[in-house]
Design a protein around this ligand. Structure first.
Ligand code: PGA
Length: 259
């Protein structure tokens, strides 16, 4: 079973649509110069909503070897939900991926496992691949609860989702204490929880689903630590925040397989 590695750059609330075009162009040029092959690693950019149309037009117009996604999606289809963006709107912009349940959404927008589950289901219904984020905070890590807590979140997020869908989606393990702090989990920390997530998927579904689902690590990933993280057997990619805002740095992360 070979899982294609996936590096997704979550820009968070950074870069307007003009900056976005500059970054995507530079990223594509850098990857082309370095002989990037999309079979070796999938490269995904996840800009703010207001940038998506510009990024889509650029990727499709210039046939760039990149995919794009969104940072969040509504759990509702349409209607009176001021400020929300629906899965069908994102699908219409050819988004392939959508991040759901990022710890910043859970913390600042009170997203529960039930909401994350509803969003993942809505994304799948419209043909988008959810990147479901899970991970423990510092207190739980200090208590040694990282596996219990994170596996619980995974079970909540996957409730009622059939195996065929789970096989194709992405789970991102992001220990909250390592996000944007420069405090990167050790490769062994990443493997411990990513391995436990895959084991939980195996228990909930079967070998085929567990061997297909891709599991990312996220939290202060940089070109200098990506190779060791990717060497772990249950880590299939990274969800990258800060380091995805610099084309050369993100390109080096995507090209980890050349080192
Ligand atoms: P970071 O963010 O790479 O800046 O730590 C990761 C994330 O929140 O997805």
């Amino acid at each position: 079973m070979t899982r294609t590695p996936i590096m997704a750059g979550n820009w968070k609330m950074n870069l307007n649509h003009i900056d976005a075009v500059g970054l995507v162009q530079k990223l594509a040029w850098t990857l082309a110069d370095e002989g990037y092959s999309r079979e070796k690693c999938e490269a995904v950019v996840v800009p703010p909503f207001t940038d998506i149309r510009s990024v889509q037009t650029l990727i499709e117009g210039d046939k760039l070897p990149l995919k794009h996604g969104a940072q969040d999606v509504s759990q509702h289809d349409d209607g009176a939900y001021t400020g929300e963006i629906s899965a069908s709107m994102l699908a219409k912009l050819d988004c392939r991926y959508v991040v759901v349940g990022h710890s910043e959404r859970r913390e600042y927008h009170a997203e529960t496992d039930e909401i994350v589950n509803a969003k993942a289901i809505k994304a799948l219904e419209k043909g988008l691949t959810p990147i479901i984020c899970v991970g423990e905070g510092l207190e739980l890590r200090k208590q040694g609860q990282q596996v219990n807590h994170t596996v619980g979140q995974v079970k909540g997020a996957l409730a009622g989702i059939p195996g065929d869908d789970v096989a194709s989606l992405v789970i991102a393990y992001e220990p909250i204490w390592a996000i944007g702090t420069g405090e990167v989990a050790t490769p062994e920390d990443a493997q411990e929880v990513c391995g436990a997530i895959r084991a939980a998927v195996r228990e909930l579904y079967d070998d085929r689903v567990a061997d297909s689902v891709r599991i990312q690590y996220g939290g202060s990933v940089k070109s200098s630590n990506v190779v060791d993280i990717m060497a772990q057997p249950d880590v299939d990619g990274c969800l990258v925040g800060g380091a995805s805002l610099k084309a050369e740095e993100f390109a080096k992360i995507v090209l980890f397989y050349q080192r």
